[in-house]
Design a binder for this molecule. Structure first.
Ligand SMILES: [Zn+2]
Length: 244
């Protein structure tokens, strides 16, 4: 699954059930397993200047990277982490570990020849699923469609858990990314030209300070309302009571 999809689905799965007040723990647990892959890509591409073909065809299968990625995608390691946190009464850590397990369980059915070793270090077994979320030779056009659909369905649930305009904006952005990526997979190129890309960047550049401005003022207005309530309404009420 796409990393940002893990975030949305884990938030909906856990935030709406066992951990409604632990957005950060769920988010970190959802993203953490894929961090070594991003790190690997960054190092290979920008420090070793490798081609895409070499990165995903050779370097990705180096034992050192495979072991690091297997560790972060290990169900038993995440479960051991969960048990330790549970024993220590550290709910935040326990939820993070549960979120990591959810990440692994969602990855398990959608990786074909790039399947992770989800039972590492106890077993090197890889479940080479007949379907893949990215490989069009293994039904990715259907699987990615289902994945994007699930993210879209989960979005309103997750939106209700988010409090700041930034996180809500990120959630909308994730949906746009899914839309663009899936359209490309189907052969429809949504982002047509450099001009559109530039326009999007300008829009983001204008929208960001606007969101900050609105959210700051919202806080101030809420404070003013609170002040009004305490100082004016409550005093009026107490006067009312003394008159009677
Ligand atoms: Zn993953």
């Amino acid at each position: 699954m796409q990393t940002q999809g893990h975030y949305v689905l884990n938030m909906a799965l856990l935030g709406k059930t066992i951990a409604p007040k632990h957005n950060i723990a769920i988010t970190i647990g959802a993203i953490l397993p894929d961090i070594p892959i991003f790190l690997f890509y960054f190092i290979s591409k920008y420090m070793y200047n490798m081609s895409e073909a070499k990165i995903w065809g050779e370097a990705y299968y180096e034992p050192i990277w495979q072991n690091i990625i297997a560790t972060s995608h290990s169900i038993p390691i995440a479960l051991i982490g969960f048990l330790i946190c549970w024993r220590l009464d550290w709910k935040w850590g326990a939820i993070l570990c549960v979120s990591m397990v959810c990440h692994c369980l969602l990855d398990l059915p959608v990786h074909h020849d790039d399947a992770h070793r989800h039972f590492y270090p106890f077993s090197d077994y890889r479940f080479n699923s007949p379907v893949s979320y990215w490989d069009v030779n293994h039904h990715a056009k259907i699987v990615a469609g289902i994945e994007a659909g699930l993210v879209l369905i989960a979005t309103p649930l997750v939106m209700s858990l988010l409090k700041t305009p930034y996180t809500k904006g990120i959630l909308i952005f994730i949906n746009i990314i899914y839309f663009v990526v899936y359209s490309r997979m189907l052969g429809i190129n949504i982002v047509l030209s450099q001009t559109i890309r530039t326009l999007v960047l300008i829009a983001v550049a204008i929208a960001t300070p606007l969101i900050i401005f609105v959210s700051r003022n919202k806080k101030q207005s809420l404070k003013k309302l609170e002040y009004y309530k305490i100082n004016v309404l409550d005093k009026l009420r107490s006067k009312d009571n003394t008159n009677h």
